[in-house]
Design a protein around this ligand. Structure first.
Ligand code: DX5
Ligand code: ZN
Length: 217
């Protein structure tokens, strides 16, 4: 089963409640929530308080932390109600494994992400601690970019590494996902698809999510 997580980043910022309703009504599995701190990436977006308001509706929130020192903020995001919390390997550094353990100990599903130019081999020591591996298919920091085709090889490699280790985390892709690139990502091994612009631009969001979920056929 392919999971779909539309990204709030591409929604109308005057109406976050409406955006959540659209996502919930679309048949998607989670709301992807991009947290940017102006340091790990240039932009600054949303924090814990907005996440708490959104999570209060009971729909799973997939928090993607593009922030330095993510370990300092895990508890707050968990208490706010995040279902998945993903940190960047590049930001977590030596504390990555402890941070993943911390996420799980807070009752959330633990994710780790790598930017396009970070080798996935950097994850080989933490695979057992991950419920989700997010392979960035664009440079993180903004929506509306084109998927970088070489990142699909990384998805293939992550899948292979997981098989070798006998673990089965979700393999998520994020950036430039539309109905065409979704098929390529799923063929490469992804089973969770983030879509920002393509979701919010779609006239038929139910149909869009259905097509993404059928990408493997
Ligand atoms: C980029 C974010 C993505 C973004 C994807 O840094 O992590 O989640 O919302 O947007 P699209 O789907 O427009 O590429
Ligand atoms: Zn994201």
């Amino acid at each position: 089963m392919i999971k779909v997580a539309p990204s709030l980043l591409a929604s109308d910022y005057l109406d976050f409640g409406g955006a959540l309703q659209k996502v919930m009504a679309s048949g998607a599995d989670a709301l992807h929530y991009d947290v940017m701190d102006g340091e790990f990436v240039p932009a600054i977006t949303f924090g814990q308080d907005l996440l708490k308001r959104l999570a209060s509706k009971g729909f799973p929130v997939d928090a993607h932390l593009m922030i330095v020192h993510p370990e300092k903020h895990i508890k707050e995001f968990a208490e706010a109600g995040a279902h998945y919390i993903t940190v960047h390997q590049e930001a977590a550094g030596f504390q990555l494994n402890d941070t993943l353990r911390l996420i799980r100990s807070c009752g959330c599903l633990a994710g780790v992400s790598v930017k396009p130019y970070t080798s996935v081999e950097a994850l080989s020591d933490c695979l057992e601690l991950c419920d989700l591996i997010l392979v960035m298919t664009v440079e993180p920091g903004k929506g509306g970019q084109k998927l970088l085709p070489f990142t699909l090889d990384k998805v293939r490699r992550v899948k292979q590494m997981c098989e070798e280790h006998g673990v089965h985390p979700l393999i998520e892709v994020d950036g430039g996902i539309n109905t065409e690139t979704a098929r390529l990502a799923v063929q490469a091994g992804a089973n969770m698809l983030v879509a920002g612009s393509a979701f919010f631009k779609a006239e038929d969001q139910v149909g869009f999510v259905k097509m993404l979920k059928e990408s493997e056929n």
